[in-house]
Design a binder for this molecule. Structure first.
Ligand code: C5P
Length: 289
């Protein structure tokens, strides 16, 4: 039986500004997004059953058409007009679910990339990104990866200079909130912080990691909603982070570090209070080794 293993790396929103609410209900955003090495691994097995099935190492994940991976596979086969398509997807999940790290979006993107490669790259990268936008706002970025400026609802991408290499500590507190509810609350409460995206982009152009890190901020990071946020960001900074911020709609926060050793010290300090702590590093592209 033929199979493909595809890595599905998490994303960070290094900086995230939220602009107006659009007529389609989405919010216009401006965000610098970054791929990291921390990833899930998908195994796509071609089967004879003419059905798309799914399994994972997490018993609470849906394995049917509610899973974005299954939807991605159906969308791919339908658009490519491939009829006899039996497929089983097994997701080995490591990225926390509903955490602001784009885990589900990255999985869907990995399915699109892997199927496209298997079928001889029938879609160009731009076509694959357009397909991805039909699945969710973060899926286009996850198809491309690297360091990108995301506009629109997250689906309009512009390639940026790569973020200089650094180590990343992720910390996911227990809080569970849906992306939709976090955006809805933002609409009601208005903006509490004003991220300086132009300043961040200038610093990135100069490859000035310290200034980029000091400007990292998230317009969705409402401390009333995420009670642990000041504590987590404080521990990161007190333990040597260049800067720290929340990713996406949270609740995961991350800090950037100069060395693996300093990152490990910060991770140990966080682990005394929080369970979901991971050390990783930035990844220049989705297929970087
Ligand atoms: O696109 P996705 O399915 O990830 O979005 C989930 C929900 O988050 C949307 O239904 C919308 O309520 C909210 N959202 C938003 N603006 C964005 C992205 C998501 O309001 N740019």
């Amino acid at each position: 039986m033929k199979y493909i293993d595809e890595k599905s790396p998490a994303k960070l929103n290094l900086i995230l500004d939220v602009l107006d609410k659009r007529e389609d209900g989405y919010h216009e955003i401006l965000s610098v997004m970054q791929t990291v090495f921390f990833c899930d691994v998908l195994r796509l097995t071609m089967t004879e059953r003419k059905k798309i099935t799914m399994s994972s190492n997490l018993d609470y994940l849906p394995n049917d058409g509610d899973n974005l991976c299954v939807r991605a596979a159906y969308l791919f086969f339908k658009t490519a007009e491939i009829k006899s398509s039996g497929l089983h997807i097994h997701a080995h999940k490591q990225i926390p679910v509903a955490a602001g790290l784009g885990g589900g979006s990255a999985n869907a993107a990995a399915v699109l990339r892997a199927l496209n490669r298997y079928h001889g790259n029938i879609f160009t990268m731009d076509e694959l990104v357009a397909l991805a936008a039909k699945l969710g706002s973060d899926v286009p970025f996850c198809v491309r990866g690297g360091t990108q400026l995301a506009g629109g609802r997250g689906d309009v991408l512009e390639q940026l200079d790569p973020l200089p290499f650094c180590y990343v500590v992720l910390c996911k507190p227990q809080r569970k909130l849906s992306t939709a509810s976090v955006f809805a609350r933002f609409s009601q409460e208005g903006k509490q912080v004003q991220p300086d995206v132009p300043g961040f982009l200038e610093a990135l152009k100069r490859q000035d990691l310290a200034t980029c890190a000091s400007l990292m901020q998230n317009a969705l990071a409402d401390e009333k909603l995420y009670e642990d946020l000041p504590d987590i960001l404080g521990i990161m900074r007190d333990n040597g982070a260049f800067g720290a911020a929340m990713s996406g709609a949270g609740p995961t926060s991350f800090g950037l570090f100069e060395s693996a050793e300093i990152a490990q010290v910060a991770a140990r300090a966080l682990q005394r209070k929080y369970e979901g702590v991971f050390v990783t590093s930035v990844r220049g592209s989705v297929d970087a080794e």
